[in-house]
Design a protein. Structure first.
Ligand code: BGC
Length: 739
């Protein structure tokens, strides 16, 4: 099994994992023009640039030909128009392409699809007249219960880094700026507005920041969104260390920091520490203020709630009193103008028109879903199903539920949404008898419904095959979020169990018909331990976007060979998760507004593999309808890096794709290091019998850890194991290298 070579071959065809170039410099090309423009502005005009003037628009100086900036959510498609006052826009052409959620994208492990995804978003945002799209969300998936895990990508910073770069470039190549969010340490919704997160410097550097750094330096992100929470005692959006020292200092970020909607709390901190543009407000306060000022007709009538923002009248007053603050103001205006230039908003630059609801966009939505769906279990090759099947019972509410409007600010009004039931009908036409039973109901009481179970069991008994479609659910009625939301902004999930009595239902269905495929939908790990052992096939479909139902059918019937891999671990039980076991999720005992991430760098598989806790499904896991053979590993050192070379062969009968994953383990270190860490991967597409040589370069980043004493990354000389395989727990080849 071990194939170790120190062959003196020249590293051929090495693909760099780093571009080496900080793409931020591109933002400064118009700085001379920008300085001239700033000189023409009055103090009042400058301050007017720094804050929202309505729900999603900001700034604008007519006299100088500077337009307003139009922003919009979000990560999975352009959000329905909210209007200037959050009341919507009647008759708006705002039903567009609804992409699979970010965790689906991450599950493809295909950076090329990241770019394609971003291209769709950028193009549709442009069509809708937006300048900044508020996405992607890339916070670490730390706690299984985080209500927003569906908007994020992974528990692993390397995977995030690789996927986010393509996404950002895709958006920005369409002439729209991306806003990477939520910077930083916003890993849960519970107490999100004021929880104070403490973590070690090492955890910050090794786990929580690399995705943002890659987004800035390699992706060239024009804007970043500061998060709601506090970090080490100071709100993240106006946090001197996160914003000034790291982002704008160390990383050389030249663009614009946007606050999350209502995340600024202090004028002086915001002025000094990073926030360049203050957005959002408390809705109740806004309506009250607008109504009152209109009613009174007094002096306040011309002043809106937006003038009461921290970076509005209060900032103006402060700067008038203390002129030495003006350079801070100029810097913010400069950054805003840089982004406006980069987005072709100034000097009458030509802008791309964008495109909406094209066949190509829909095809990208389908492709991402097809490659992102993960085959978790397939005993006895139950899947793919045969199209000669006579009858199918489809059971579960997610089979008929639309998700596009769910989840909070990431909502999209979809042009159409193919549900799983519709997808199966599209796939099979009327040749197969398809029946449907809802099986459970989405309600706060959480109990199984005996009558609905009886109906499901009867349907299951009468059919050749059962396709069960359940799992979590997006809340989409704002007033009922807390009733039904298992993946939604503003709430964490109450537990990791299958909600609404589904465990009981699935067990009854399995008993009635063992030929049952369970298709899960949701934004994170879920506890399937009650029935996973008795089920032959389990498929994770996430929230797969407008073409999701078709993608699911294509995978179930083998038109598409599944190639998705889990971007985070599924623990057996919630209690196994490091955020619960070692950490203090959701807050420090006795102090709901504080939390120390005591799990430190041991997030996800770094914990499960180091502490020998068996997961239900491992990070990187995902099956195929074919099999892959790994052979001929060589690891060749060269200075502080190494070239990893191996051959992967499709030794089955179906064309398919394998994500070859390369993990590094430091054999001996002066600090505690994880059992293994992902440092390279490549998705390889192979016909039956075909082989390909995979060559990956591990640069020094692959071997370093962050030394808190020295305050820098350190490569400790010694021997490193190089582990290659199809998941973090399916290591097929082991080599090593001494550096
Ligand atoms: C969310 C952001 C979103 C913003 C604007 C906030 O509540 O946290 O992700 O972009 O609202 O809708």
């Amino acid at each position: 099994m071990t194939s170790l070579s120190t062959a003196q071959t020249k590293p051929a065809n090495t693909k760099s994992t780093q571009t080496g170039q900080n793409r931020q410099a591109a933002l400064t090309v118009n700085d001379a023009k920008i300085e001239a423009l700033i000189k023409k502005m009055t103090l009042e005009e400058k301050v007017a640039m720094l804050h929202a003037n309505s729900a999603f628009a900001a700034g604008g100086i007519k006299r100088l030909g500077i337009p307003e900036i139009m922003t919009s959510d979000g990560p999975h498609g352009v959000r329905p128009e909210q209007g200037r006052d959050w009341k919507g826009v009647k008759g708006a052409n705002d039903a567009g392409t609804y992409m699979p959620t970010n965790n689906t994208l991450a599950s493809t492990w295909n950076p090329t699809l990241g770019y394609a995804y971003g291209t769709v978003l950028g193009s549709e945002a442009r069509f809708r007249g937006k300048d900044i799209i508020l996405g992607p969300g890339i916070n670490i998936v730390r706690a299984p219960l985080n209500g927003r895990n569906f908007e994020y990508m992974s528990e692993d910073p390397y995977l995030i880094s690789k996927m986010v770069v393509g996404y950002i470039r895709g958006v920005q190549d369409q002439g729209v700026s991306a806003s990477v969010k939520h910077y930083a340490a916003n890993n849960q919704e519970e107490h999100r507005n004021d929880i104070d997160v403490e973590m070690s410097e090492r955890a910050l550097r090794e786990i929580y920041l690399p995705g943002f750094k890659a987004a800035v330096q390699e992706g060239g992100a024009h804007t970043l969104m500061g998060s709601y929470n506090k970090f080490r005692g100071q709100y993240a959006t106006e946090n001197a260390y996160l914003m000034n020292t790291i982002l704008k200092g160390e990383w050389g970020f030249k663009g614009l920091v946007i606050s999350d909607w209502g995340s600024v709390h202090n004028t002086m901190d915001a002025l000094r520490n990073g926030t360049d543009l203050e957005m959002g407000t408390d809705l109740a306060l806004m309506y009250k203020s607008v109504d009152q000022s209109a009613a009174s007709g007094g002096p306040s009538a011309s002043r809106t709630i937006y003038d009461q923002f921290y970076l509005a009248d209060a900032a103006l007053d402060a700067i008038k009193k203390d002129k030495t603050l003006e350079p801070l103001l100029d810097d913010k205006v400069r950054r805003i103008l840089r982004v406006m230039y980069a987005t072709n908003m100034l000097d009458g630059a030509k802008r791309k028109p964008g495109a909406y609801n094209t066949k190509e966009h829909q095809a990208t939505a389908l492709k991402v879903a097809e490659e992102g769906i993960v085959l978790l279990k397939n005993e006895g090759n139950m899947l793919p199903l045969k199209k000669t099947v006579k009858s199918i019972a489809v059971i579960g509410h997610n089979a008929t539920r639309e998700n596009s409007l769910g989840g909070g600010s990431a909502q999209v009004k979809a042009k159409y949404e193919i549900t799983p039931l519709q997808g199966l009908k599209n796939e099979l036409g009327d040749k197969v008898n398809i029946t449907y039973a809802q099986g459970y109901k989405i309600a706060r009481d959480q109990k199984a419904d005996p009558q609905m179970i009886a109906e499901a069991v009867a349907a299951a008994k009468a059919a050749d095959v059962v396709v069960y479609v359940g799992g979590s659910t997006h809340g989409y009625d704002y007033s009922k979020w807390s009733d039904n939301a298992y993946d939604a902004e503003g709430f964490d999930k109450p537990d990791m169990k299958m909600p609404f009595g589904q465990d009981e239902l699935i067990q009854a269905v399995l008993k009635a018909n063992p030929n049952t495929v369970v298709v899960l939908m949701g934004g994170g790990p879920i506890d399937v331990s009650a029935w996973a052992g008795q089920t032959k096939s389990i498929v994770e479909a996430w929230y797969p976007g407008m073409e999701g139902g078709n993608a699911i059918a294509h995978v179930l019937f083998g038109d598409v060979n599944p190639s998705g891999k889990l971007p985070f671990t599924f623990p057996v039980k919630l209690e196994d998760s490091p955020a619960h076991k070692l950490g203090e999720y959701p807050s420090t005992p006795g102090n709901p507004l504080k939390q120390t991430y005591k799990d430190d760098i041991f997030v996800g598989y770094r914990y499960y593999d180091t502490y020998n806790v068996a997961p239900q499904f491992a990070f990187g896991h995902g099956l195929s309808y074919t099999t892959f053979k790994y052979s001929g590993l060589s690891v060749t050192p060269s200075g502080k890096s190494a070239t990893v070379k191996l051959t992967v062969t499709n030794d089955g009968k179906t064309a398919g794709a394998e994500v070859v994953q390369v993990y590094v383990k430091d054999e001996k270190a002066s600090v505690k290091r994880p059992e293994k860490e992902l440092k390279g991967f490549e998705k390889v597409f192979l016909k039956p019998g075909e082989s390909k040589v995979v060559t990956l370069t591990l640069d020094q980043n692959a071997f370093q850890y962050y030394d808190e004493g020295k305050k820098q990354w350190v490569l400790e000389p010694g021997k490193f194991d190089v582990l290659v395989g199809g998941s973090s727990r399916d290591i097929r080849l082991t080599g090593n290298v001494t550096l």
